[in-house]
Design a protein around this ligand. Structure first.
Ligand SMILES: Cc1ncc(COP(=O)(O)O)c(C=O)c1O
Length: 379
């Protein structure tokens, strides 16, 4: 089945009891057992629940995995991966990553004896050089956030395999529509389901997808032991969201490309970061490992100081000033003080996230309306 058919039919059977075309939301926290020593398919909702499992089954099929696990948030999913590590273990990660992931890796894991080397993961040699005998995890985000840098996922998978580490890929921005890291050799795909999977700014969720059954078992054990699972309502909303995922992401990517090209020629814009532009350093790599488009996120810098950038993000009307991304409504933000405010300022500037960088999450509004909104704000 093609992607959009799987998104609608896999894991989403009609309800056998009533014939309802949409599977019901099961709110039950506990399930009756046939006898005291044996449980049926479900026993307690932290371990598994029907509505969550429906979404997990669909998502595993979309990312070409064998198993997906749904979490209470993207950070809960990321944290679960890091809980496979023990004191003394080492992580290699990118510099162009979500601010919350940066905080977890740099601030929280350090307290638990896990060390970290952050490199520009677009530079595959730098990734290889950063690996030590203690490296257990390589964590990449492609396209990165907020600079939309492109990491060679297959090359990083080879490095991980050679060194006995796991390669995890944050696929939030690309979504399984545009990129399937498991096919490129990654061991784990992570999503903030809050973004494109949900797609409507009305839920918080996360997910992991794997191909290897043993790794899936380990992660599920850890998820059940630590408890950060996705609730039934969020699971239902994610199942509904992914039914239109392909349509939304392709449309958002087309609008984002048109806006990026227009911004690039605007006299008040100094620099545009969008992997769909030939001028982007990762363009060829993105064209090779992504399909269908380059995503709905565009970053740019205005010619002038931070005050001007602030004025732009506070002036748009359709692009609403808010963190997050991936929903039907367009958003605008200043990463330095918003989505990436948890970076240390010096570390943030050092990796090229300028104080005045503006990030757009392009929604499903008409392209000409969005362009007019940006034109008015830049004017
Ligand atoms: C790329 C990326 N990864 C992970 C996360 C964390 O996800 P959540 O906010 O659902 O915990 C975010 C949130 O903004 C994100 O943008």
């Amino acid at each position: 089945m093609q992607f959009r058919t799987r998104a609608i039919h896999v894991g989403q059977k009609h309800d056998a009891t009533t014939g309802a075309i949409v599977p019901p939301i099961h709110l039950a926290s506990t399930f009756v057992q046939p006898d005291a020593s044996m449980s049926a398919e479900y026993d307690y909702a932290r371990t598994a629940s029907p509505t969550r499992r429906n979404f997990e089954t669909t998502l595993a099929a979309l990312d070409n995995g064998t198993r997906a696990l749904a979490f209470a948030s993207g950070m809960a999913a990321t944290h679960c991966v890091t809980q496979l590590l023990v004191p003394g273990d080492h992580i290699v990660t990118g510099t162009d990553i979500y601010g919350g992931t940066w905080r977890l890796f740099h601030k929280v894991l350090a307290q638990h004896g896990i060390t970290l080397t952050a490199v520009d993961t677009c530079d595959t040699d730098a990734v290889a050089r950063a690996v030590t005998p203690a490296t257990r995890l390589i964590w990449v985000e492609s396209p990165g956030n907020p600079l939309l840098s492109i990491t060679d996922i297959a090359a990083c998978a080879e490095i991980a395999q050679r060194s006995g580490a796991l390669l995890a890929c944050d696929n939030t921005i690309a979504t399984p529509v545009l990129s399937r890291p498991l096919d490129l050799g990654a061991d784990i795909v992570m999503h903030s389901a809050t973004k494109y999977l949900g797609g409507h700014s009305d839920l918080l969720g996360g997910a992991l997808v794997v191909r290897d059954a043993e790794l899936g078992k380990k992660l599920h054990w850890m998820q059940n032991a630590t408890g950060g699972v996705m609730g039934p309502l969020e699971s239902f909303l994610c199942s509904r969201g992914v039914k239109t995922l392909e349509l939304r992401v392709l449309a958002q990517s087309a609008t984002a490309l048109a806006l990026a090209a227009w911004l690039q020629s605007h006299p008040r814009v100094a620099k545009v970061h969008y992997p769909g532009l030939a001028s982007h350093p990762g363009h060829a790599r993105a064209a090779g490992q992504m399909s269908g488009g380059f995503g709905g996120i565009v970053s740019f810098e205005v010619a002038g100081d931070v005050a001007l950038a602030r004025k732009v993000v506070e002036s748009t009307k359709l692009f609403q000033l808010a963190v997050s991304l991936g929903a039907v409504e367009s958003l605008i933000e200043l990463p330095a003080v918003m989505s990436h405010g948890s970076y240390e300022p010096a570390a943030r500037r050092a990796v090229g996230i300028a104080d005045g960088l503006i990030r757009l999450s392009v929604g499903l509004e008409a392209c000409e309306d969005l362009r007019a909104d940006l034109a008015a704000a830049l004017g």
